[in-house]
Design a protein around this ligand. Structure first.
Ligand code: C2E
Ligand code: MG
Ligand code: MG
Length: 696
């Protein structure tokens, strides 16, 4: 009740002078109020609703009305409306009845002097009642809030014994309200994940009156543990002593998992589960700093799989992925716990070896041993879908701390050494030496120049004749050469792999195709009915518009498709067999023939070959060359010839260098030969001249 607003009083009284007297008394005591005076039930009812009194002062007995009735009406209107009986005569019993019925007090008219104090008292009580009911409502609200809070809330005494806990705590901990109250909180939820010192500092904090915030692992009733974030606030009593603690707990399992997942995504390679480049660099940076301080040597090994791209292109990414996973596992298995193996991407792995001794020579020796261990771990074939794959790796090593090299320097050094290992014929280990930068730069220069080569017209197409048993020409293979300024004629064995890795092969392959078709057209025009074989790289064949590209080459040159042979490798055939068959069929319908190059070196199975529109097989030259002397190769050549015969395929033996080889092949039914024994790949002009001689 606001004291500035005048009090509103209703008098229920038949004697006006009594009202006037009462009003005067109240004014005299400084009460500020307005009042109305009613005599009948009707007037009173109206006053209650329209005037909204703060207090009713009523006579006990009136001629047309009655105090008890007025009291009933007043309470019905507002159960907390103060009501004072003011009467001339009233028995003790009647007064007691009134109080029982809800009147707040009563006053005898002779003692009206008491009225102001009584009114003040009544008003004070009214304010107290209202304050209390407001407080109760607030408490009820707060309690409801605590009950329904999503966070677990526990109130303990200063001894840590639970006095109250909300349902969220029961959900979190598994302990019901009754199981919780009266127990020490620590006895319920302690998991053993935090040590004594942790709890000691927690208690020191809150007993000193400070709020404690932190994360800890607690245990549920069922024994499982969970991470939670907790805020414990000390609560003080009237004397400012800490009497309670309020703990608010939040289950952070989800957040912790999300954090772990984010960490994993950020620092680990999703395919192999190994650390990724970022984590590796972090570790290397730390190790390098520590190595400088303690002068203990370490090493970085760059491990790159040999020919992985070929398998991946040929057999598909699912196979490639599986091989990478298995390789990662084998690498990890070859290392000590403190070492790190990471996948940088593609088929590049990198290994960090720590604590390799106090001398560079020791480090070098240890690193070599680990590299050999890795090579032998990779020596056993990897199995995917019941097929075995032989994988080898080229490994480059650098040791640290040598001078002031950075993390990037070390990675570059190991990478350079790895390229050197590749140059040494793959499946090798090489150490970083400063001179290697030159080799690396040479490779970059090659790629750079290769990009310009086509536009500058530096590519040449040589043709190597293919002959029948009688030595007559039946066809030729188109083999590309690069006339690189300052280097002379560069062999495709040197630049085709770079072209494949860099994607230049697509433009280069198209150029070869068009050039071959152009030459084919000229040969036909000159009356040479020769077939011309063109090598097609898997990457080129996989292009979705490959068929259209071939068509375009034929159309623009007017070459006869029936004289065009496309040489593809075994690997290409097997990867995505459906796409291969579809494209081959389409091209076959144009009249184009297909040949499987380097047969015997890949993974082809007869089952695949039977489904393809093939025309010929080319026996790889390594088998041809060794067949007369090596019984294994002899058996293989015989088997290939048998398969080919069975499938009605022409067999071309490539790399025939000697009469002995030729005789061996002829005896076993091989029909077509290609090799230095007859001719080397020839420039176009020379090939034309020889072709003319052939015809005569
Ligand atoms: P390939 O398709 O197996 O070609 C046969 C290779 O054996 C050619 O090497 C050829 O010169 C060589 N050769 C032929 N007869 C003999 C012999 O009697 N003894 C020896 N030791 N070698 C012989 P080249 O021209 O260096 O080509 C190497 C490889 O480069 C080719 O192997 C082919 O895979 C690839 N290549 C060449 N031209 C192209 C092309 O235009 N496109 C694509 N994608 N690859 C090509
Ligand atoms: Mg070939
Ligand atoms: Mg070949």
């Amino acid at each position: 009740m606001d004291t500035d607003i005048p009090l509103r009083i209703v008098f229920v009284e038949d004697v006006s002078t009594d009202v006037e007297l009462a009003v005067r008394m109240l004014h005299k005591e400084g009460l500020i109020f307005t009042s109305v005076h009613v005599e009948t039930e009707e007037e009173f009812t109206k006053a209650l609703t329209e005037y909204q009194p703060d207090l009713v002062i009523s006579d006990y007995s009136l001629p047309q009305f009655d105090g008890m009735r007025a009291l009933q009406l007043a309470l019905a209107h507002d159960a907390n409306l103060p009501f004072i009986i003011m009467t001339g005569t009233i028995s003790e019993e009647a007064a007691a009845d009134c109080i029982k019925a809800g009147a707040w007090d009563y006053v005898i008219k002779e003692r009206l002097i008491r009225l102001p104090f009584m009114v003040k008292g009544v008003l004070e009580r009214k304010m107290a009642r209202r304050a209390q009911s407001e407080a109760t409502a607030t408490l009820r609200l707060q309690s409801a809030a605590l009950q329904s809070a999503a966070n677990a809330i526990v109130i303990t005494g200063r001894d840590g014994v639970i006095q109250w806990a909300n349902p969220a705590f029961s959900n979190l901990s598994g302990y019901s309200f009754n199981e919780s109250v009266g127990k020490r909180i620590g006895d319920l939820v302690r998991s053993g994940h935090q040590d004594r010192a942790f709890y000691k500092s927690l208690w020191n904090t809150i007993l000193a009156g400070y709020v404690w915030c932190g994360e800890l692992i607690n245990r549920r009733k069922d024994g499982s543990v969970y991470p939670e974030e907790q805020t414990i606030t000390p609560v003080r009593d009237d004397q400012e002593r800490i009497s309670h603690f309020v703990a608010i707990k939040q289950d952070i399992t989800k957040r912790t998992l999300a954090e772990a997942e984010i960490h994993h995504l950020a620092y680990y390679d999703s395919l192999t589960g190994l650390p990724n480049r970022r984590l590796f660099r972090d570790r290397l940076a730390q190790t390098l700093a520590a190595a400088r301080r303690s002068n203990r040597w370490g090493a970085v090994l760059f491990v790159d799989l040999d020919q992985f791209k070929r398998i991946n292109d040929a057999r598909g990414h699912a196979v490639g992925d599986s091989l990478l996973k298995q390789t990662g596992a084998r690498l990890a298995g070859s290392l000590r716990d403190q070492d790190t193996v990471a996948r940088l991407g593609g088929d590049e792995f990198v290994v960090l070896l720590v604590n390799l001794g106090a001398a560079q020579a020791d480090a070098t020796r240890w690193a070599t041993q680990v590299a050999e261990k890795i090579r032998s771990a990779l020596a056993a074939p990897l199995r995917v879908d019941a097929l075995d794959y032989q994988i080898s790796a080229s490994i480059g090593i650098t040791v640290f701390p040598k001078a002031m090299e950075s993390v990037d320097d070390l990675l570059r050094e190991a990478d350079t050494a790895m390229y050197r290992a590749k140059d040494m014929g793959r499946n090798a280990v090489s150490y970083f030496e400063p001179a290697m930068h030159t080799a690396l730069q040479a490779r970059f220069a090659l790629e750079h120049d290769l990009r310009q080569a086509l536009a500058r017209g530096e590519m040449r197409l040589f043709l190597q004749p293919q002959v029948d048993g009688a030595g007559g020409w039946v066809g030729a293979e188109a083999l590309v050469r690069w006339e690189r300024p300052g280097y002379g004629l560069v062999s495709p064995a040197l630049f085709i792999p770079v072209a494949e890795e860099s994607g230049i092969i697509l433009a280069l392959g198209q150029w070869v195709l068009e050039e071959a078709c152009r030459l084919l057209r000229q040969l036909d025009a000159a009356g040479h009915a020769l077939r011309l074989a063109v090598n097609v790289s898997p990457r080129q064949f996989r292009q979705s518009d490959f068929v259209a590209c071939v068509n375009e080459a034929l159309r623009s040159t007017g070459a006869n498709p029936a004289h065009l042979v496309l040489e593809v490798t075994e690997g290409l055939v097997i990867e995505d067999i459906c796409d291969t068959i579809a494209k081959m069929m389409e091209l076959r319908l144009l009249g184009i023939h297909f040949s499987i190059d380097d047969f015997g070196t890949g993974y082809s199975s007869l089952a695949y070959l039977k489904r393809l529109p093939l025309h010929e097989l080319k026996i790889d030259r390594t088998f041809v060359q060794d067949a007369p002397t090596d019984p294994n190769d002899a058996a293989l050549v015989e088997a290939i010839l048998a398969v080919a015969h069975h499938l009605n395929l022409v067999v071309v033996a490539e790399g025939v260098e000697t009469q002995i080889q030729l005789d061996f092949l002829k005896q076993r039914g091989c029909g077509v030969f290609q090799g230095y024994f007859f001719d080397r790949p020839l420039p176009w002009a020379q090939f034309q001249e020889k072709a003319l001689l052939q015809k005569r």
